[in-house]
Design a protein around this ligand. Structure first.
Ligand SMILES: *Cc1c(COP(=O)(O)O)cnc(C)c1O
Length: 348
């Protein structure tokens, strides 16, 4: 993805934190196997590397959304299984029949398509109340899936990050369907669902967000570590004179002379406009606030507190997901998946 020249912005990615998060979620999940949702390019971190690191740690079950995402992961590490959550459209059948991954069948049409093609082992999604993808739990799911070889029967929770009555309803509906449909294995919980308790865990869990440092519920704070640390390079250092403005729409006015640095980072890199006047860079523990509006590719910060910072130096961007979420109004999911293609992704 990145060319041979080093980019002026990068993500420092902590492999140990990623693996530690997976191990923590697996431990909380008790007897259930712990998989990993790596759709959306591994929530922005890079799906190939995430898969390699988690597979090396013992993770065996991976989930992506589309066949293009599955194909980008080929060849798979030894011994892992990959499922495609969005099922098989007619145009997906060549990829699906090549056996690179299992489809998660979501509709009667997909079931019919797969059965007619003699597709082999598959997964099946039951919709137990989110009303998104899956066979409706009130249908005769046993009859609908008759004759299929179902590897994993799954459902997905709508409100696992809250204490909501729908959680237990979905769990019970899923358990009910699971009594009637023959499947090798059962799977209900995403990151937040794992934290709802033993009865939500079944045979396999499918965390995404928490692997990457996101906090789906308060219970995660004791075990989940930050994985992503964005850094940007200073392209120019300049003085903004008292009375001058800085940035688009001149939303910042200097009340005294200000030392500023211009960073190679902007909203096209997922550092959205909500950070304007709120975000910061961090250098040796000192907060260097964002001045004015975030541009598409550039950011202005106040470096008055760091007289030695110069053109070419790198700074950390304040991106603790809880802090960044409060600053920007973005969810932890958006803060991760928005990280664009222009960063060099460097695992350490
Ligand atoms: C994205 C997704 C997950 C992972 O959810 P998180 O909330 O990120 O843990 C699990 N299952 C399905 C079906 C998903 O679409």
């Amino acid at each position: 993805m990145s060319s041979s020249s080093a980019a002026p912005l990068r993500l420092r990615l902590d492999r140990e934190a990623l693996v530690s998060n997976w191990r923590w979620l697996r431990a909380v999940g008790g007897d259930a196997a712990c998989g990993a949702a790596i759709k959306a390019n591994g929530y922005g971190l890079g799906s190939r590397q995430v898969m390699a690191h988690l597979a090396a740690a013992g993770c065996r079950d991976f989930f992506v959304a589309t066949w293009a995402e599955a194909e980008a992961l080929m060849p798979l590490p030894e011994g892992v299984s990959l499922s495609v959550l969005h099922g098989v459209r007619a145009e997906d059948m060549p990829a699906a029949l090549s056996g690179v991954a299992r489809p998660v069948l979501n509709t009667p049409e997909q079931v019919a398509r797969w059965r007619k093609a003699g597709g082999g082992a598959c997964d099946v999604m039951i919709d137990t109340g989110i009303n998104r993808l899956g066979l409706d739990w009130r249908q005769d799911c046993a009859a609908l899936t008759e004759g299929l070889t179902i590897h994993t029967l799954m459902s997905h929770l709508a409100c696992a990050d809250e204490d909501h009555a729908l959680n237990a309803q979905q769990r019970d509906r899923f358990a009910d369907v699971a009594q009637k449909v023959k499947a090798g294995r059962l799977s209900l919980s995403n990151s937040a669902g794992i934290l709802l308790g033993e009865s939500y865990r079944f045979g396999l869990t499918r965390p995404g967000l928490a692997l990457y440092g996101g906090m789906p519920r308060a219970e995660a704070e004791s075990g989940i570590r930050q994985v992503v640390f964005p850094q940007a390079q200073i392209l120019q250092r300049r003085k903004i004179r008292a009375g001058d403005t800085a940035g688009y729409s001149a939303t910042f006015t200097a009340t005294q002379d200000v030392e500023a640095a211009i960073l190679n980072l902007g909203y096209a890199d997922g550092y959205l406009r909500g950070f304007s006047g709120r975000g910061a860079a961090l250098v040796e523990g000192v907060r260097l606030p964002v001045l004015g509006r975030v541009s598409m590719d550039l950011l202005i910060i106040d470096v008055s507190a760091q007289p030695d910072l110069a053109e070419g130096d790198w700074v950390d961007i304040e991106y603790d997901l809880r802090i960044a979420s409060a600053q920007s109004g973005l969810s932890h999911y958006e803060l991760l998946t928005g990280l664009g293609a222009r960063y060099d992704r460097i695992w350490a």
